[in-house]
Design a protein around this ligand. Structure first.
Ligand code: 0RQ
Length: 514
């Protein structure tokens, strides 16, 4: 019995990663732990990938359906994608190899709202789960599991899978015990009850994950770090977007639409989110709370400075320096960080009740306020919708942020018509680019177009956008609610594909006459 596996029964099931991977069969559906590069299994996926490579060399097919919490890491999604071993993947991915295979049509990808993925499993929408491979920080004498650096969909995978493989990772702080709140009151409709949570830091569950010991077929010990991607330094555009956004929050407080302590903050992953957190750290705001998915370095800064009183999430997503900071003083964060299952961290009922302020990145928005978070040129998946829909749709106030151009200025992030829509014009409140901020609340589509073009579009593309909307208004006088020229609506994307730029250099623009 090692120090991390103090349950004699489960200590008796210790195995190597190879022995554990041998229990996974071709065609199985496998539910793995992991969310934003935290808490994913570190050893079994590589051992499974080795079997897949061997099968391929022998001319045999060995692929599995792979379900996770969200993105994982090269040692999980990466190795399995390299082995061409994934037939279907859900609900979120950011691995570049797997992205290539999805966009090549080799892997079926089910891009689900993260809060939906667990319940869709219980509803039977995804089929049967054969094996769960879940990383934990420790196994207690009574068989309860101390969760790792993410909770994600682990509760559901452990509950629903026929067989369970545990990875006990010695790298994870043993002191993670007490950081989690796993809700076990879930019922299926029509027997659901209200979630009794009215404050971001309220506990409604248990600190431990449960597993039926009879289902545990292997316990593998590991000692390997999470992905912990380094953060790049926020650039001028990131800081400009953060400033627009923080200023707007001040404006909302002054207008009496929000308390001085704001409302619980949710922010997506990436540089802008971190820059916004840095902007808040430098601001007069205090006693803030956060009800979000991922804890990035920016949130640790706010906790350290005392600006933030607590954060509820489902996962860490720290840089190497962020991890060091957390690891060097784990106890100081206990009680101020709660990790929940993603069905709860992202729950529409809770997001709506708490009045969350949602801040998420986007690929593009159209002049009427439809937002594309997932598809480049309407067809190639980037990552997935993640939690952006869970939060944005139900938020008190939502922001979608992006630089106004991409690919060195060749692409405008503000387009006539979004080439894929994840968040409809009905759901979107505020758009932010480095150019400025468009407050779309209470505006008709046509009024929104003027604000989006003038406040958010890059100056290089403004005349082109004015030209499009102006002609649409004049040429379709009986269709002016949301004026479009259907044969041109996606022509900017086509022009980019044909010429490498959305800039229209060939025609005389009818600029300025909106
Ligand atoms: O590609 O790296 O190849 O150059 O998209 O863009 O500007 O670095 O921004 O990292 O914040 O990502 C929407 C993808 C933005 C992200 C998205 C290209 C750009 C670059 C990344 P390169 P940036 P970000 C909680 C919330 C959905 C999930 C979500 C995302 C790459 O925010 O995945 O919100 N969101 N989850 O060049 C072509 C455009 C483009 C474009 C950007 N208009 N056309 N390419 N790019 N705009 C977290 C979770 O749910 C886990």
């Amino acid at each position: 019995v090692t120090s991390r596996i103090t349950c004699p029964r489960l200590a008796g099931r210790t195995a190597t990663a190879e022995e554990a991977a041998a229990l996974i069969r071709p065609g199985d559906n496998v539910g793995i732990s992991g969310f934003t590069g935290a808490g994913y299994p570190k050893a079994v996926p590589s051992a499974l990938a080795a079997r897949m490579h061997a099968a391929r060399e022998a001319g045999e097919e060995f692929r599995v359906g792979l379900w996770s919490g969200a993105s994982t890491a090269p040692e999980a999604d990466g190795v399995l994608a390299e082995a061409h071993g994934i037939s279907k993947r859900l609900p979120y991915n950011s691995d570049p190899t797997l992205r290539r295979e999805i966009n090549a049509g080799e892997v079926e990808y089910v891009d689900a709202h993260l809060s939906h993925s667990a319940q869709h499993m219980w509803f039977g929408f995804y089929g049967h789960l054969d094996v769960a491979v879940v990383e934990v920080a420790a196994v207690l004498p009574n068989g309860l599991l101390v969760p790792s650096s993410s909770v994600g969909n682990n509760k559901t995978w452990l509950d629903q899978a026929d067989k369970v493989i545990l990875e006990v990772n010695h790298w994870q702080p043993r002191d993670l015990e007490g950081f989690h709140d796993v809700y076990y009151g879930t019922r299926l409709p029509p027997f659901r009850a209200p979630l009794q949570l009215t404050h971001p830091m309220q506990r409604i569950g248990d600190p431990y994950l449960r597993v039926d010991p009879d289902k545990v077929v292997a316990v593998v010990e590991t000692d390997a770090p999470d992905r912990n991607s380094p953060l790049s330094v926020p650039g001028d555009d990131d800081r400009a977007m953060a400033e627009h956004l923080v200023d707007f929050l001040r404006h909302e407080v002054r207008a009496g639409r929000m308390p001085a302590t704001l409302l619980p903050l949710q922010s997506g992953v990436g540089n802008v989110a971190n820059a916004v957190m840095a902007g808040l750290a430098d601001s007069e705001f205090e006693n803030l709370t956060s009800f979000t998915e991922v804890i990035q370095d920016g949130l640790l800064d706010l906790l350290d400075s005392g600006t933030l009183t607590g954060v509820s999430a489902t996962s860490f997503g720290l840089s190497p320096t962020g991890v060091q900071r957390f690891m060097s003083d784990v106890g100081a964060y206990k009680g101020r960080i709660l990790l929940r299952s993603e069905e709860i961290s992202n729950h529409p009922e809770l997001v709506r009740r708490l009045g969350v302020i949602a801040i998420n990145g986007m690929i593009e928005a159209d002049v009427y306020g439809n937002v594309n978070s997932t598809h480049v040129m309407g067809s190639s998946i980037m990552n997935g919708i993640g939690g952006s829909g869970d939060f944005a749709r139900n938020a008190y106030l939502n922001f979608f942020v992006s630089p106004s151009t991409a690919k060195g200025g060749a692409i405008s992030s503000i387009v006539p018509f979004a080439s894929h829509v994840d968040h409809t014009e009905h759901d979107v409140h505020v758009l932010v680019t480095e150019q400025g901020l468009a407050d779309l609340r209470g505006l008709s589509p046509s009024a929104r177009a003027d604000v989006v073009i003038e406040r958010c579009a890059h100056p290089d593309f403004r005349d082109q956008l004015r030209d499009y909307v102006g002609r649409a208004r004049r040429e379709r006088p009986t269709a002016r609610h949301t004026p479009h020229l259907l044969d041109e609506a996606l022509s900017w994307h086509q022009r980019y594909l044909d010429t490498g730029s959305m800039l229209d250099t060939g025609s005389m623009l009818d600029g300025g006459s909106l």
